[in-house]
Design a protein around this ligand. Structure first.
Ligand code: ADP
Ligand code: MG
Length: 367
């Protein structure tokens, strides 16, 4: 059952008027999964998480945890573990007392508490740090203590609000992998809030993409990345080229491309179309006739494992390609080089007909 959220709404009234932070949100988080609430700042992620945890009351809608309606249950009856970005450890308490805190509230025996604390110190690779105070730990260690403290009372659901947001890039990457491994060991249903799409793609089983207090799309990382349903998702998850096109003379025209696929249902002459393709779906060559289209390479940036190149097509469109180093070197590319190219995997939106992205089959286009 996991977490089920139905028609959840929350409005905040401020001196500037009222503001709908969450507008009729529905989703389900499978039992035992690690799921992400992914969206830009202000999209309502924390408000939703706080309502699941009982820190905020919804205006309407219902929340179920493992099949039980908890919408109006107090926090301490929900069986929730919380981890926030800013540690929130008790500064005057040793690590082991921080971890034991929830167990003492549950009035567990000293022996049981001690045993559980030892178990968690080991599970979170914090052995030998039990006697330290939070200020004697690194950021990554502190966040692991926060996790241990949240897990100690064996919550039904673990809620994580940008837990690695304040940590340096390198350590953040380690913590990510480490959270994934921990989750594979203990399988506690976890809701992970992040604005970092890479983080969500890398470690989560399911991603719920939020925009302006609404769910844009939910699904596996692969489905969100490979089949974005809206322009927002296409842009927010991974990078995307977007070029204008037009429906004219019964075909779709984008610069020198003509898409003559014949099921343009409800298309009308002159319709404005947006065409989408990923930077890694471009094949390019320094041989002018290797591919049918020509462009100039106007800028090169080094991305680490890949190169990002900006291309200016003959009809004046600018877009990006991401290519492996070996292709960059093999083709002897450089700024100012003339290249030929081809685009694989194209999607489009007819803005007059709605906001859903449709795929074009590669075999359907000609030049
Ligand atoms: P996120 O976590 O995705 O950044 P939040 O859930 O924190 O987004 O906020 C969603 C919207 O609700 C934002 O516009 C924010 O300013 C507003 N908001 C959040 N909490 C409050 C509050 N307590 N009072 C007024 N507005 C709030
Ligand atoms: Mg937030």
């Amino acid at each position: 059952m996991g977490v089920l959220v139905e028609n959840l709404k929350k409005q905040f009234n401020t001196s500037h008027g009222s503001h709908a932070a969450v507008r009729s949100v529905n989703f389900e988080i499978p039992d035992g999964s690690l799921s992400a609430l992914l969206g830009p700042s202000g999209s309502g992620k924390s408000t939703i998480l706080r309502m699941i945890g009982g820190l905020e009351t919804p205006d309407s809608g219902e929340i179920y945890l493992n099949g039980e309606k908890v919408t109006h249950l107090p926090i301490q009856k929900r069986g929730i573990g919380f981890v926030f970005q800013n540690y929130a450890l008790f500064r005057q308490m040793k690590v082991k007392d921080n971890i034991a805190f929830g167990l003492q509230i549950q009035k567990k025996s000293d022996q049981e508490t001690q045993q559980r604390v030892e178990e968690l110190l080991e599970l979170l690779s914090l052995q030998g740090l039990g006697e330290r105070y939070p200020h004697q730990l690194s950021g990554g260690q502190r966040q692991r203590v926060a996790l241990a403290r949240a897990l100690a009372p064996q919550p039904k659901v673990l809620l994580l609000d940008e837990p690695f947001g304040a940590i340096d890039a390198k350590i953040r990457e380690e913590l990510r992998e480490w959270l994934r491994r921990l989750h594979d060991d203990i399988h506690v249903t976890s809701v992970f809030v992040t604005h970092d799409q890479e983080e969500a793609l890398e470690i989560c089983d399911q991603i719920i993409v939020l925009n302006q207090g609404q769910v844009e799309q939910a699904g596996s990382p692969e489905s969100i990345y490979n089949h974005p349903k809206t322009e927002f998702v296409a842009n927010f998850v991974g990078s995307m080229n977007i070029l204008p096109a037009k429906y004219q003379d019964g075909v779709l025209q984008m610069g020198p491309y003509t898409f003559s696929q014949n099921h343009w249902e409800n298309f009308e002459e002159g319709d404005e179309i947006k065409v989408f393709f990923r930077p890694q779906d471009i094949y390019l060559s320094s041989k002018p006739n290797a591919y049918a289209l020509q462009a100039t390479l106007t800028r090169v940036s080094f991305l680490g494992i890949n190169m990002k190149v900006e291309l200016l097509s003959e009809e004046g469109s600018r877009f990006f390609a991401i290519i492996p180093h070996y292709i960059y070197h093999r083709e002897k590319l450089h700024e100012g080089a003339r290249i030929s190219y081809q685009i694989e995997e194209i999607s489009y939106i007819n803005t007059r007909l709605g906001k859903e992205i449709k795929k074009l089959v590669v075999a359907d286009y000609e030049i």
